[in-house]
Design a protein around this ligand. Structure first.
Ligand SMILES: [Fe+2]
Length: 326
C-alpha cells in the first residue's frame, strides 16, 4: 500500500505558445500534438508527463501521484474520505486524457487538486527530446518534484504525512516551515513552503547530463528575465540546478545530480544550513526582500565548510557516514 512517485503534473495557462517554447526548447521535453487546445509533453517512455491546459489562472492545475497497486486507489480514497475530504472517481474519459488505467481525485486541505492514478500508458515510439539532451532522470524516481506554497502548514503537513503516507525527508523551521517529503529514493518528490501564501512555487525536472543543464542555462540567459535563481547547489538533495521563470510565473528547476536516499533507513531531521551551498542567487528578489538574507545564509554555510559528500549518488555510503557521524 503506497503512493510511489510524482507521475505527472498539469498547469492551467492562457500562454500556450510561450509554454510550447519553454517546455520544448528550453526544458527539452517532447511536445505531442493532439490537435486540441491543451499542450502535452513527454519526458521519457510515458505517453504524457506534463499537460498545459488552456484555462485561466497561470498556476498548477493538478498533481498526479502514482500508486503501487490498483487497490491502493480505494485504500487512499477511504483514508481521504475519513479525513473529511470528498474523493471523486474519474469522470468518463478522464483516465484516457491522462493516459492512465484508472484514477481518483480530490482537493487537498488548501484546495490543490491531487489525482492518484494507476497503470500509466507507455508510448510505442521512442522519446524525442525538444533539444539535444540525454533525457531526464525518471523511471522509479518519477517525473521530478513539486513544491507548493501553503497558507496553513499545520493542516497540510499532517494531511500529506499521516493520510497519504508521504515520508518526511527533512525540514527547516526558520523563517517559516519548509517540509520535504520522499516517495521513493529521490530525496524529495514533494515539498511545502509555509509562506502563508497560496500557489505553486516550482516543479523540478532532473537531467541525465550536467551539460544539458548548462546548455539550458545558456539558452535561459539569452532570454530577458528568464533566470530566477542562478546556478547553484542545494544543501539537502545536493541538486545542482538553476531555476527558470515559467510563462505562468512559478519556477521550473532544471537539475542534475540529485542524491538518492534509502527510504528503509532514512530518518527525518531538521536542517540548519539554508537552501544552498553556493549559487542560487535569487534574481527575482530585491536585496532587502530576502536576496541578501539567503546569500548570507549560504556564505555562512560555506564558511562553516558545509558541502556535499564527494560521492554524489550512493545511499549505502550516506548511511555509513550517518552511522559514524563523520
Ligand atoms: Fe526544488
Amino acid at each position: 500500500m503506497a503512493i510511489i512517485a510524482l507521475g505527472y503534473l498539469g498547469v492551467r495557462s492562457d500562454r500556450l505558445d510561450d509554454w510550447s517554447d519553454f517546455a520544448g526548447r528550453l526544458l527539452g521535453m517532447q511536445k505531442i500534438d493532439r490537435g486540441g487546445k491543451a499542450l502535452a509533453f513527454r519526458m521519457d517512455d510515458r505517453v504524457q508527463r506534463l499537460l498545459v491546459s488552456d484555462e485561466p489562472g497561470e498556476t498548477l492545475a493538478f498533481l498526479g501521484f502514482e500508486v503501487e497497486h490498483k487497490s491502493d486507489l480505494q485504500f487512499y480514497a477511504a483514508r481521504v474520505e475519513a479525513a473529511g475530504i470528498k474523493v471523486h472517481p474519474a469522470a468518463p474519459g478522464l483516465a484516457d486524457r491522462r493516459f492512465v488505467g484508472d484514477l481518483v481525485w480530490f482537493l487537498d486541505p488548501m484546495g490543490n487538486r491531487v489525482e492518484l492514478f494507476h497503470a500509466p500508458m507507455i508510448a510505442s515510439d521512442p522519446f524525442v527530446p525538444g533539444r539535444p539532451i540525454d533525457g531526464f532522470r525518471t523511471g522509479p524516481l518519477g517525473m521530478g518534484h513539486a513544491v507548493l506554497h501553503v497558507q496553513d502548514i499545520e493542516v497540510m503537513m499532517p494531511f500529506y504525512r499521516d493520510v497519504l503516507d508521504f515520508h518526511v525527508s527533512d525540514y527547516g523551521l526558520q523563517p517559516y516551515g519548509l517540509y520535504f517529503f520522499h516517495l521513493n529514493e529521490r530525496h524529495h518528490s514533494f515539498a511545502m513552503v509555509g509562506s502563508g501564501q497560496q500557489g505553486f512555487h516550482h516543479f523540478m525536472v532532473e537531467f541525465q547530463n550536467l551539460d544539458d543543464v548548462g546548455q539550458g542555462y545558456d539558452i535561459a540567459q539569452q532570454q530577458e528575465g528568464r533566470v530566477a535563481y542562478t546556478l547553484g547547489r542545494h544543501t539537502n538533495d545536493y541538486m545542482t540546478s538553476f531555476y527558470a521563470n515559467s510563462p505562468s510565473g512559478f519556477f521550473v528547476e532544471n537539475g542534475w545530480g540529485g542524491r538518492l536516499i534509502d527510504p528503509a533507513t532514512w530518518e527525518p531531521h531538521e536542517t540548519h544550513d539554508g537552501p544552498s551551498f553556493w549559487g542560487h542567487e535569487r534574481l527575482y528578489l530585491t536585496e532587502e526582500g530576502g536576496r541578501k538574507r539567503l546569500r548570507d545564509m549560504r556564505l555562512d554555510a560555506a564558511a562553516r565548510g558545509r558541502r556535499s559528500p564527494p560521492v554524489p549518488d550512493c545511499p549505502w555510503l550516506y548511511n555509513e557516514i550517518a552511522k559514524t557521524g563523520k
